[in-house]
Design a protein around this ligand. Structure first.
Ligand code: IVH
Length: 671
């Protein structure tokens, strides 16, 4: 066979195999026996071995990639992957529907979908070819897990049409695969996995794609990040179009025009949930019209056009064996219930936080009690109440100690607080928790430094403070248990890389009271360097919009501490970046810019910018971009095919610019 003939045969086989695979994994309706698929795949493999130059990335033979990866590359999500607000009952759903209706023009309808309990992922296709798959990560930055995702058979490697699209969905492990996997593990005397979601998430974060390939994962796609040249105007239309392109969408969705219909769907699935072959933890309700979605826009964390109804938490009964104490990062001593292991909402629970002594008193919890527990939001185990009928009289009352269980200092109850605190800044438990926070994902994001490693580092006395982390040596680390050459090298690389982080990560990581990730970002953007922030007065700090009194107090106090000054000096000497590297506030503060302080609405398609790029640029110049035209709108930027917003802007006499004018106004700033 010559090369040309081989190419023809290869094309034919790939087409056939793609079709068989689609029928089997996406439609769940195989048209040929497995043996026939295997035979054709074998034939293709042989031809590709003979003509390796004809192998393409999207060939059905390329699902399980070659060598394990060294680590995952980071992927920036051009459109953030947000999460959803929650509804816990009918009233919450009604409130959501009312807010949505009031926020849009015209009639509204909703699409109800199952909320799949798996791992959110993003898939990018360029001209119909699967080029990249990523985890959600923190919503802005995820990890490139393309080779693992390629092992999921229901993810098409090439689409039925050459679309350029970024789609989002949930990768999950079907119940059947989960049960089979655990049977195998038990047979091999391995510990069974707790729940399918953890296995799915864990498998997709393995460096060796061969592991994911064995796990029989599946996926449902339910959202679009970016879509070039799409003329679809509704979410339901998108679901249909995604299906036509070869994506696996969940068939159980319904368009509803009233809250009653929505609640019917919710009630139906509350009952039917156990009969599905995969885990769901609620129902997602979305506004159907994409224009209306845009009109409603987003809060800081989630869209206003969608909500997740969460199924009520399952409850279980067990025994409170004892109460354990732990000291947190800020010195707060928290009691934890140690329970007889019990299965609930898909996993085994043996601990639950009890928050503080007052709550233990309120519930009259005694050691030895039988208690009802549930998982709040289906995640965090919580003691709901004591089953008093089961008391035997043997139960013992619990009292908080007077001294810190970690360092023995006297515990203090600060005014207005219920918590007991250890006030010793050198308390080893606090330092350790502080370090766990310092390396965590939203702080310095140091991969490979999990809780277990940190505990080890403390026990071996290799570290006492944050700065010590940057003084760790390869030889010392190699002596630790379960730390091979490769993990030590990766860890050192990750520590080194963290030195380059932008200021806000360090600020958040320091664990200043009341300063969360968002406030840290605001401060970093405002002051740009650690030095300027350190020297800022209380007045300068409180003058910032999003910083309240409590925060300003905490910051001012924090930077006055001698210990803090020393620590920051040490960190700077060790080469940790102390400057902000994100988009500049200085540009935003360009008060002369036409967009400064102005409200801008975008409509229609533009050639040079996506909607979110244009938005980002305008915001960087001090403008704010909203979804709908009103009297308050200063500019409407109208691209191709602008619709009703254009007319409304004309009616209201809003200044209307085209793309060229926008370009000129944005000047040299580029996406
Ligand atoms: S829509 C902008 N639809 O639930 C929001 N999410 O808290 C886009 N999820 O992160 C998400 N099933 O991981 C959507 N049918 C569904 C879903 C779904 C599961 C997950 C997703 C998201 C989380 C929301």
């Amino acid at each position: 066979m010559d090369k040309k003939q081989a190419q023809e045969k290869i094309n034919e086989l790939r087409k056939l195999l793609n079709q068989y695979g689609y029928e089997y994994h996406v439609l769940d309706q195989p048209s040929v026996p497995d043996a026939e698929y295997d035979e054709k795949l074998n034939e293709l493999q042989k031809l590709e071995e003979q003509f390796p130059e004809l192998i393409t990335e999207d060939s059905p033979t390329q699902r399980v990639g070659g060598e394990p990866l060294e680590g995952f590359e980071k992927v920036q999500h051009r459109v953030p992957m947000l999460s959803l607000g929650n509804a816990f009952n009918e009233q919450d759903v009604r409130d959501f529907a009312r807010r949505a209706s009031q926020g849009v023009d015209g009639d509204i309808s909703f699409v109800c979908e199952l909320k799949i309990d798996g791992l959110a992922v993003s898939l990018t296709y360029e001209n119909g070819k699967f080029v990249r798959g990523a985890t959600r990560g923190d919503g802005t930055t995820g990890e490139d897990i393309t080779s693992n995702l390629k092992t999921i058979r229901s993810i098409p490697l090439s689409l039925k049409e050459p679309e350029t699209i970024e789609v989002r969905g949930e990768a999950f492990m079907p119940h059947k695969s989960f049960l089979k996997l655990n049977e195998e593990r038990l047979a091999n005397e391995e510990e069974p996995f707790a729940n399918p979601r953890n296995v799915a998430a864990g498998s997709l974060r393995q460096l060796d794609p061969k592991i994911a390939a064995k796990r029989n994962l599946d996926i449902f796609l339910y959202a679009v990040g970016e879509w070039e040249n799409s003329d679809v105007t509704t979410h339901s239309g998108r679901l249909e179009r995604l299906k036509e392109l070869g994506f696996k969408t969940n068939p159980e969705w319904r368009k509803c025009s009233t809250v009653e219909e929505v609640m019917e769907f919710v009630e139906y699935w509350t009952k039917e949930r156990p009969n599905l072959n995969y885990e769901i933890d609620g129902i997602v309700i979305k506004v159907d019209s994409l224009n209306q979605q845009e009109e409603l826009g987003f809060t800081a964390k989630s869209p206003r056009w969608a909500i997740a109804y969460k199924f009520p938490a399952e409850e279980a009964m067990t025994r409170l064996k004892e109460i354990e104490l732990s000291v947190g990062r800020t010195g707060v001593v928290t009691p934890t219930a140690i329970l007889d292991p019990v299965r609930i909402a898909g996993s085994t629970v043996q601990r639950a936080t009890l928050h503080n002594e007052d709550l233990i008193r309120e519930q009259d919890l005694r050691i030895g009690d039988t208690v009802v527990i549930k998982k709040a939001g289906d995640i965090i185990p919580k003691v709901v109440r004591v089953v008093e009928e089961k008391r035997t009289g043997e139960e013992k009352e619990f009292h908080m100690p007077d001294e810190c269980p970690a360092c023995g200092s006297e515990l203090v109850r600060l005014e207005g607080e219920v918590a007991l605190r250890c006030m010793n800044p050198s308390c080893p438990a606090q330092l350790m928790e502080g370090l766990i926070h310092f390396v965590s994902r939203n702080a310095m994001n140091i991969d490979g430094l999990g809780e277990k490693v940190i505990i080890q580092l403390f026990q071996e006395e290799l570290i006492h403070t944050i700065a010590d982390l940057y003084r760790l040596e390869r030889e010392e680390l190699l002596k630790l248990e379960r730390m091979g050459e490769k993990s030590v090298d990766n860890l050192l690389k990750a520590i080194e890389a963290s030195k380059e982080n932008s200021l806000e990560r360090l600020l958040f990581g320091l664990g200043i009271r009341f300063i969360g990730a968002k406030a840290a970002k605001t401060l970093a953007m405002e002051f740009e360097t650690m030095e300027k922030l350190q020297n800022a007065t209380y007045e300068e700090i409180i003058a910032i919009d999003e910083i309240g009194e409590k925060m300003a107090d905490a910051i001012a106090q924090y930077f006055q501490e001698e210990k803090v000054k020393d620590l920051l000096e040490e960190l700077a000497e060790l080469g940790i970046n102390m400057e902000y590297k994100g988009p500049k506030k200085a540009e935003a503060a360009d008060e002369d810019h036409v967009f400064a302080g102005k409200t801008v609405v975008l409509t229609g398609k533009m050639e040079s910018y996506t909607r979110s790029e244009a938005k980002e640029l305008i915001e960087a110049l001090g403008g704010s971009v909203t979804g709908s035209v009103s009297k308050k709108t200063d500019f409407l930027i109208a691209g191709e095919d602008a619709g009703s917003k254009y007319e409304k802007a004309q009616k209201l006499g809003v200044t209307i610019w085209d793309e060229q004018q926008l370009k000129e106004a944005l000047g040299s700033v580029s996406p």
